[in-house]
Design a binder for this molecule. Sequence first.
Ligand code: SF4
Length: 231
Amino acid sequence: MTDLTTVDSLEELEAIASVCTDCRLSEGRTNVVFASGTADASVMIVGEGPGQQEDEQGLPFVGRSGKLLTTLLAEQGIEREQVYIANVVKCRPPGNRDPKPDEIDACKPYLQRQIQLVDPVVVVTLGNFSSKLLLNTTTGITRLRGQAYEWWGRWLVPTFHPAAALRGGAKVTDDIRTDIATVVDLLTVHGEGRSSPTDGTAPAVSGGTLSETRGDPSVDPHDQQLDLFDP
Ligand code: SF4
């Protein structure tokens, strides 16, 4: 596999991913779903993996879940084009099954490099899968959400996957709203000039409490090699 740490642009990274055969998920894909959104976004959203519509269109979150996500972001004044959206794995797992550990391992360097190149102030993880993975925990999303975590020199806000809101109704949708409000509060305090979220005092967060630190918050996000499994 190419050493992705030397890749200096998202365009180059996407070009490499578009022909990637580093795991078995390449066999069943129609398109590699690399990402959508702006490269200098302050907010990066991380889902799990492409579904059928995403695989067909080559874009993340284009189905019903994606539409709900777009609506919930817009309610808080965040246009979808302002954020960067990617998944843990870039190719569709067959039958929408969970990605397997060796597939995640193979795809991890792409996500790591995306986070480094986008350099967001806040990472939002959608659902159990990406939240557990990036926070390196077995704790489920129901207990994880409701607060922001200092995470490798930036902030991480876990929330429910919008697919859970489609299944789970108003309470789950309201919880996602609350978590997105937390993101807005973090951006209000830390977004200007894209300064390190560890600078300054903790913000007043409407959606929860800031109480947990994962990874090393003193690490300069430009220098670190993110290890999503064993930070
Ligand atoms: S899922 Fe990731 S590692 Fe596997 S083939 Fe697709 S781009 Fe490559």
